[in-house]
Design a protein around this ligand. Structure first.
Ligand code: MLT
Length: 346
């Protein structure tokens, strides 16, 4: 019996399905500059609107999460419901046909045949979402695949930075020119970093990464990204500090890491360390946070933290991404909130 969806040769037997209107989002590379600007602009426009038109009324969304998730799954569900869509969930767990030997791919193909407009997927397999685009008629949104990509997280991080810095979402490749972003921690096993390193330089940001040996590979960084040997070096002059947790569930067994206290002493963001960043630097974290490891309580709950704003803008970004998946992005409202002016507004 086939255990891997990718080794199941029967999968493509019926040929490519007829795709629904709309667009997939498997990785940042699926988006051109204009689409990025539109998604970010619409997201920032709707983020704080108390009432939204139900532009996805009558649409059905499936959230198929085969890995644990709190924030991302609930955020997609909240986004879909706010726009009037119906949302069903499938976790492929013990209460499903997986316990009777059905492959994840067969399960998803059957669910797809029930008529979903978009399927939001999370899976430990890399390229899982891309593979599904060849086999499902629903539009596919990647909510995290292995260590590869988590595109809606990168978009919500960008939206948070654009808003905090008072930039224009519609400025495209100029949106974050002059903004220095330090991404610190487990870069190598983080799909958040995977998508962030693809997106943030495209918006003009200058990006530096830092993390302990085994969690960063300077040789594998994109050309546009700088490498710093220590957290302290990465923080100097940073306008944005994004901390990442150690992705312990994905580390090779052979990798030896310091204990939590030693890690915090060397790689944890503390208030004292944050003082070497820019005076108005903001702090981001995709969550879940490990307090006292990569970030101190004082910083996580302090005035520079935009971590809860990330959660709020995450719903807004996912509204825009779901609307795009269903061919309804341009039905979302625009408002002056999409061109915020702030301290260094362009
Ligand atoms: C993810 O699923 O990658 C999360 O958003 C970040 C994390 O798990 O650390």
């Amino acid at each position: 019996m086939a255990t891997s969806a990718f080794s199941d040769d029967r999968a493509g037997e019926a040929g490519r399905p007829v795709r629904r209107v709309g667009a997939d989002l498997c990785g940042i590379g699926d988006l051109d500059d204009a689409e990025i600007a539109t998604l970010l602009g619409r997201a920032l426009a709707v983020a704080d609107l108390p009432h939204l038109p139900e532009v996805l009324c009558g649409r059905q969304i499936l959230a198929a999460f085969a890995e644990p998730s709190t924030r991302t799954r609930m955020s997609f569900q909240a986004a879909a419901r706010r726009l009037g869509a119906t949302v069903l969930t499938f976790d492929g767990g013990a209460a499903t046909s997986a316990s009777k030997g059905e492959s994840p791919l067969d399960a998803l193909r059957n669910l797809d045949a029930m008529g979903f407009d978009a399927i939001v997927v999370r899976d430990r397999r890399e390229q899982w979402a891309s593979r599904l685009t060849e086999l499902l008629s629903a539009r596919v949104i990647n909510a995290g695949d292995g260590i590869s990509e988590h595109p809606t997280q990168a978009l919500l991080d960008a939206a948070t930075i654009i808003e905090a810095r008072g930039r224009r979402a519609d400025a495209g490749p100029e949106a974050l020119v002059g903004v220095r972003i330090a991404i610190c921690g487990d870069i190598l096993h983080s799909r958040v970093a995977g998508s962030g390193l693809r997106l943030l330089p495209r918006l003009g940001a200058s990006v530096v990464v830092a993390g302990p040996p085994g969690l960063v590979d300077p040789e594998r960084l994109p050309d546009a990204v700088d490498y710093a040997e220590s957290l302290d070096a990465a923080l100097v002059g940073a306008d944005v500090v994004m901390m990442l947790r150690i992705q312990r569930e994905r580390l090779p067994a052979s990798l030896e890491l310091p204990d939590d206290a030693s890690y915090h002493a060397r790689w944890g963001l503390t208030q004292r360390r944050l003082e070497t960043a820019a005076d108005d630097a903001i702090v981001l974290h995709p969550g879940p946070m490990n307090r006292g490891v990569e970030i101190s309580d004082t910083v996580a709950d302090g005035p520079r933290s935009r971590i809860l704003r990330q959660a709020r803008l995450g719903v807004a970004v996912r509204m825009a991404v779901l609307a795009r998946a269903c061919g309804r992005l341009h039905h979302l409202p625009t408002s002056p909130a999409s061109s915020i002016t702030g301290p260094d507004g362009l």
